[in-house]
Each structure stands twice: as C-alpha cells, then as structure tokens.
Design a protein around this ligand. Structure first.
Ligand code: C2E
Ligand code: CA
Ligand code: CA
Length: 512
C-alpha cells in the first residue's frame, strides 16, 4: 500500500519535524551519489506512534541532484499484527497471558540472564468434576474467581498466567531467598481455602503447587515449566508445595531413604532368605540351595537385592546384613536336618560381598554360626565374586584359607564377568566356578556364548574345579551344559528361589 504521507499526519506530526529528521539523510544520500536507499522511520510518542518505510530515489532535474522521497505508512498493519499477537498470547476467559504468553515472558527473563526468578504452577485438584457437575458456565465463572483470588495473593511484581484448563502459572521475581516462593505458595493456598459461592452452591477448591527455579542449568522456558509441572506431581502425593529437584539430587535422597529403611529392616529382622536349588545336571538331584536375601519394605513393596545390596555395600550395612545371612542360612539348614532326622543331604550356599570380606572378620563369624547350629563346615558353601579378589589379595587369600580350614566350600560367583588373573585364581583355594547367567540364558541361539561356556568349562577342568551354570531357563540348555561337561546348574527351569518351607518340601519331593 503505497501512498503519499497523508495531509492529516503532516499536520498532526508537523512537516517541520519530518524534514528535520529526514532532511540530513537526504542530503547525505545526495552527497554520496547513491541512486536508491530505503530505511524505516518512526515518528510520534508511544501513544500515537506511526511507522513508515522511507524510500529515496535520485532523479534528474535540470542537472541538479534531486531526490524523490516516498513514505509508506505501515502503522495499520503493525497494529493489527500486534493486536493479533497479544490476542494469541492471552486467555480470552480471564484476560491473563496464556501458556504461549507465559512462555514468552519467561523466555525474556531467561534471556536477561537474571536468575532471581521462580516459576510456580498451581494445578486445581479434580476440576473436571466441577465442569461435569455444574456445567462449563459455572466452571468458567469459578476460574475467573480463582484467577482474581490468586492474583490477590501475589505481589505486584509477580505475573500470573493461565497455562492450561485448570492450571495457572506464576512468574515470581525473588529478592534474596528461595523461601519467598514458599511464602507465596502458602498465601495462595490460604486464599483458596475459603469456599467459592456459585449460584446456590458452595464450592471447595484445593490445589497442588510445584515450584521450579530459574538457574544456570536451564536455558529454555519450556524446561522450567516442565520442571514445575513435575514438582506438581510430587505435590499431589505430599499435599504440600514442592520444589523441583534435579535427578541426581532425587536419586541421592532416595538412596538415603532406602539406606535408612534398610537399617531399620535389619534391626527389626524384616529380611528373609529365599532358597534356590542347585542341581546335579547328570542326575537331577538337588545338591545345594543358594540363599538369596529378600526384603519387603514397610509399604509392602518388594525390594530387589540388585538394588539394596549395592546400597548396603556403600553404607557399610552389608556387614550386619552379611552376618545375619550366614547365621540365618546355617540355622535354616540345621532345622531341615532336624526335620529329616539327620543330614538332609544338601549344603547351603551364601553370598559374600567383597566389601564384607574386606571389612568383617568373616572366618570367625562363619565358625561361630556353624558351631552354634551344630553343623560341619562342608555343609556351607560361600560364593564370592571376582571383585573380592582385587583389593588386598594377600589378606583375602588368608581369609579364604581360614574358611577352607573350617571345611567350607568356596565358589567363584558370576565367573567371566570380571577381572580374572588366572595364575592368581589357581593359587586360591577355590572349589567351584559359577558360570555367569549372561552366558547361559539363551546360549543355544548364540555361538559366542557357547564358545565362552566351553572355554570356562575347559579352564575349570584344568584347574580341577567343579562348575555350576547359573540362569538355566530352559531344560534343553541344562541338557546341553551336561553334555559339555558342566557339573551342576541352577535356574528357573528347575525352580525359582523359594521360601524356606517350600524349599524343604521341594527337597523332600525331588531327592527321594
Ligand atoms: P547372584 O549371586 O548371581 O544370584 C543369582 C541371581 O539370579 C538371583 O537374583 C536369582 O534369583 C537369579 N536367577 C536365578 N535363576 C535365574 C534364571 O533362570 N533366570 C534369571 N533371569 N535369573 C535367575 P536375585 O535373588 O535378585 O539376587 C541378585 C543378586 O543380589 C545376587 O546375584 C547376589 O549378587 C546379590 N545377593 C542376593 N542375596 C545376597 C546376600 O545375602 N548377600 C550378598 N552379599 N549378596 C546377595
Ligand atoms: Ca550367588
Ligand atoms: Ca551369580
């Protein structure tokens, strides 16, 4: 739309001013001998500003340099665009910025590099029920009332937005401490605690509040909003405002909680042992039971040893846990003997952690357990992993010899997965190699696994050790292993780990 500068604008803004501002540029244009130039030019105050594109074109006029100046007025287009943008960023019901407007505000704050901000997300609990029961008109009315109340709980410098159907976002500017955000959250809860009156109804509203802080680690508005929404989920469970914490922090806290609960479980004897049979692959008879720790926490959630054993090792709790496991396994085996009226015919295998071997006096503890429950050493098998041999090899060698002197059997667990100095292995009093589950499960479909299993079996034969294959989930795998010369096997194909009584039952049924 090209037209001459309207007369009215001339009059209102003053031709003088236009000439004053454009004049020097025209003069410079002519001096430089250019033929065409274009620039934007704004005139007026913030209330009534007009925006032009100005084009300068040199024309020949009686050999004198002259210039044709064209003004294109874009004011109307720009206003329409601004209005549209504002509308797109505004929630039509409450007149507050919507999700996109909120994102824009936050983007500006993040770009400014000032990190004294927090995003708070207020999520109404069970709002859909209100829409469903009272109709969407009442729902709308309630939302407007809510927006007014929340706004009343904020400080002038905080910015409120409606970021979703029943979700409000607040951009809080913080003075010095992060506690301010919590104070604001408390005020919001307080103002929402009074019931809302809609026609004949009195409506009680509750909300969950999540807070995320703008810091160096975030560079996108979406991230901060997502973090605050993540915290809302925790708030729904805890019933109080929650601040977002990053993954590492959450994990550390969970581990600490797990450690505390595990400590209590050990003190209150909440742990149990389950027993998984180890079978002679040639005859199918059970020769031993591996004792595996089991823990169901106070909320009734079963915790896997793969989770709590590492926590126990890190916290040192593995020492009391390991002592308990040795005693409990030997006690159970002694009780089976009594029920059988003599030696029930199997040994029990207990896992020893590397940390436990380093920190505790394992041999005296084993001796005490055997003594207390009246069992000879050969009824106990101790499983340790290769990692146990790495630190302080001399001390470990002494411990193993002491255990051997008690008559116990020693098995190398998870063989093939860790560090193995074969020459060193040969010097230690190890009786059994347990081939790790990762080589056994599914080995029939994998040549590489078969090759590794063969190699381990060859090594065991050369070192004069027996072998136990772990993780046999299919009977055919057991048969193949037997054909390859593996002595014993363990896995779901024979039995899952069982409670003490069930394990004893299985023993009675299968070895008779
Ligand atoms: P591990 O010593 O290698 O124990 C064998 C694991 O394989 C057990 O897992 C057992 O339930 C599982 N398993 C047995 N047969 C099969 C099978 O056919 N298929 C599959 N997929 N898995 C099978 P669990 O009971 O979860 O124990 C995990 C690990 O926790 C044990 O691995 C052991 O390292 C540790 N652990 C358990 N109890 C104790 C304990 O009392 N003391 C110590 N230090 N460690 C323990
Ligand atoms: Ca084991
Ligand atoms: Ca193992």
């Amino acid at each position: 739309m090209v037209r001459e500068m309207p007369n009215t604008a001339y009059r209102r803004l003053g031709l003088d001013r236009a000439l004053m501002e454009i004049g020097p540029r025209v003069a410079a244009f002519l001096d430089l001998g250019e033929h065409r130039a274009e620039f934007t030019w704004d005139i007026g105050d913030s209330v009534e500003q007009r925006h032009f594109t100005v084009t300068l074109a040199r024309i020949a006029f009686r050999a004198e340099p002259r210039c044709l100046v064209t003004f294109v007025d874009h004011t109307g287009e720009l206003r329409t665009e601004q209005n549209l943008r504002r509308e797109m960023a505004t929630d039509s019901l409450t007149g507050l910025p919507n999700r996109s407007g909120f994102g824009d505000m936050l983007e500006t704050v993040i770009a400014s590099g000032n990190s004294n901000y927090a995003v708070m997300v207020v999520d109404l609990d069970r709002f859909s029920r209100i829409n469903a029961c009272l109709g969407s008109m009442a729902g709308d009315e309630l939302l407007m009332a809510l927006a007014r109340r929340i706004k009343g709980a904020l400080r002038v410098r905080d910015m409120l937005a409606r970021t979703g159907g029943d979700e409000f976002g607040i951009l809080l500017s913080l003075d010095d401490s992060r506690d301010e955000a919590e104070h604001v959250a408390k005020r919001i809860r307080a103002v929402l605690s009074a019931p809302f009156r809609l026609s004949d109804y009195e409506i009680h509203v509750s909300c969950s509040i999540g807070i995320a802080f703008v810091d160096e680690t975030v560079n996108e508005a979406e991230d901060v909003i997502r973090h605050a929404q993540f915290a809302v989920k925790r708030s729904k469970h805890s019933g109080q405002a929650e601040a977002y914490q990053n993954q590492a922090f959450v994990r550390a806290r969970e581990e600490f909680a797990l450690e505390t609960a595990l400590r209590r479980a050990i003190e209150e004897s909440q742990l149990t042992l389950h027993y998984q049979p180890i079978c002679d692959l040639a005859t199918g008879r059970i020769v031993s039971f591996e004792a595996l720790a089991r823990w169901t926490d106070r909320d009734g959630v079963p915790q896997s040893p793969s989770t709590f054993i590492p926590v126990a090792e890190e916290s040192g709790l593995i020492v009391p846990l390991g002592r308990w496991a040795i005693d409990e396994a030997v006690r159970t085996l002694a009780s089976w003997d009594r029920r059988s009226g003599g030696d029930c015919g199997v040994s029990v295998s207990v896992n020893l952690s590397a940390i436990q071997l380093q920190r505790d006096a394992v041999a005296p503890i084993v001796a005490a357990a055997l003594d207390q429950h009246g069992l000879p050493g050969h009824r106990l098998r101790l499983e340790l992993t290769e990692s146990a041999l790495v630190a302080e090899p001399d001390r470990i060698a002494r411990v193993l010899h002491a255990l051997k002197a008690l008559g116990t059997t020693i098995a190398m667990d998870d063989f093939g997965t860790g560090y193995s100095n074969l020459a060193y292995l040969q010097k230690l009093p190890i009786d059994i190699l347990k081939i790790d589950r990762s080589f056994v499960t599914g080995m029939l479909a994998d040549r590489d696994k078969v090759a590794i299993v063969r190699a381990v079996l060859g090594l065991a034969a050369a070192l004069n050790m027996r072998t136990v294959a772990e993780g046999i989930e299919a009977v055919e795998v057991g048969q193949t292993l037997a054909a390859l010369g593996c002595t014993c096997g363990q896995g779901y194909a024979y039995s899952r780990p069982l409670e003490g009584d069930a394990a004893y039952q299985l023993l009675r049924e299968s070895n008779n």
